[in-house]
Design a protein around this ligand. Structure first.
Ligand code: GTP
Ligand code: MG
Length: 181
């Protein structure tokens, strides 16, 4: 029965990488196959209980379509956390993620906690050796994205909003990094 600490969190990333699906998984523990593109942004809240604190995330799920780009500063302004999402089966979506990270590091709160999430890992089938098969659909090697995240000072995750893999970790690890006021 700790008083929840409110944390404003923004999701950014190219259209259709699965931002809304990640939030839907985190909040409702469900998945919808053909989710509608987000228009403008959506707002949701969800609590995350840790041993020593309760975080109440106030989540701004932004629209990835380019025509909404200019709205983003309204949502990342004053945000204490950001999840920048790309699609592991789409190399260009990592480039877009990197440009969001740059924009956040230049314009957002200097203490913002940023997580990079490579989504849709369910589309990558491991081969018999347990390694990622080049024909499996993966376009972004884990090591490449991880190295970038390390260099840029980001938390790093691979996720599947569809299966649920890694989704809770994104929010829990962010919650752990938020200082208690
Ligand atoms: P915008 O709102 O337009 O920026 O898109 P978004 O990033 O919110 O993507 P959204 O969650 O709407 O998902 C886009 C499509 O990808 C939908 O058809 C989802 O069902 C699908 N999708 C999302 N996450 C996953 C995933 O982890 N695995 C698979 N296989 N499909 C996913
Ligand atoms: Mg969306």
């Amino acid at each position: 029965n700790l008083k929840p600490v409110q944390v404003k969190l923004v999701l950014l990333g190219e259209a259709a990488v699965g931002k809304s699906s990640l939030v839907f998984r985190f909040v409702n523990n469900e998945f919808q196959e053909n989710k509608e593109p987000t228009i403008g942004a959506a707002f949701l809240t969800q609590k995350c209980r840790l041993e020593d604190k309760v975080i109440k995330f106030e989540i701004w799920d932004t629209a990835g379509q380019e025509r909404f780009h200019s709205l983003a500063p309204m949502y990342y302004r004053n945000a204490q956390a950001a999840v920048v999402v790309y699609d592991v089966t789409k190399a260009a979506s990592l480039d877009k993620a990197k440009s969001w990270v740059k924009e956040l590091q230049r314009q957002a709160n200097p203490n913002i906690v940023i997580a990079l999430a490579g989504n849709k890992i369910d589309l990558v089938q491991p081969n018999e050796e347990g390694e990622d098969d080049s024909e499996s659909g993966r376009q972004v090697p884990t090591e490449e994205a991880k190295a970038y995240a390390l260099e840029a000072g980001l938390l790093f995750f691979e996720t599947s909003a569809k299966k649920g893999d890694g989704v809770r970790d994104v929010f829990t690890e962010i919650a752990k990094k938020i200082p208690l006021e």
